[in-house]
Write a protein of this length. Structure first.
Length: 204
């Protein structure tokens, strides 16, 4: 995965790109079908509200925990389809837009996420540095992982239902706790099964 981390005071953009197993049409559909899912996959964004206010317009609030000191966000986003993917623009935010650009690759397709920021003077950029989203690289990694899993399991309707209605609305911490509980439960089931097997071997 290639990346260009969060912008410095001399820059106004950042990007990250990765290869996916989907073809370009499948990847475009994945991005366009559920914009909310794209953002909720980001483990550094904790959403309080994702409300559709009009066609392709959403009111979004929550907390960004990618900085050492988390910061709140409250803005409107507008979503527009482009020839190569998706363009999300922000109102009342230091970040101007996020572009999801889909391109063909040797095997599958390539997704590039590009964040564009407001042009600020060096003094303004330094003063507002705590508002810069530092999550882009991690977001790309989690999105790539999700798409790999999607490619493998999306044919299974119960899995799609769980991911859409249970996993997606969870906050990142809740997902981690749920993940640990599932593994603990599976481990306990395995121990019980092992105990039953030993009993039958010894006494049956």
């Amino acid at each position: 995965m290639s990346e260009h981390a969060a912008p410095t005071t001399a820059e106004n953009s950042a990007w990250a790109e990765f290869i996916t197993p989907l073809d370009t049409n499948e990847l475009k559909s994945f991005c366009r079908d559920d914009v909310e899912r794209l953002f909720r996959i980001n483990p550094y964004l904790e959403f309080n509200k994702w409300e559709k206010t009009a066609d392709n317009l959403f009111h979004v609030t929550g907390k960004n925990i990618s900085q050492q000191e988390p910061f709140e966000f409250d803005y409107e986003i507008t979503v527009a389809e482009t020839e190569r993917g998706l363009l999300v623009t922000y109102k009342n935010d230091l970040k101007l837009s996020t572009t999801f650009k889909v391109e063909p690759a040797e095997q599958g397709s390539k997704l590039t996420i590009i964040d564009e920021y407001t042009n600020l003077s060096e003094e303004e950029a330094t003063a507002r540095s705590k508002e810069i989203d530092q999550s882009l690289t991690t977001w790309a990694k989690y999105l790539q992982r999700y798409i790999l899993t999607w490619k493998k399991w999306s044919w299974l309707s119960p899995w799609r239902w769980y991911m859409r209605h249970a996993w997606q609305p969870m906050k990142p911490m809740s997902r981690r706790i749920t993940y640990m509980l599932i593994w603990i439960t599976l481990f306990e089931i395995a121990l019980i099964a092992l105990g039953v097997a030993i009993y039958f071997v010894e006494y049956a």
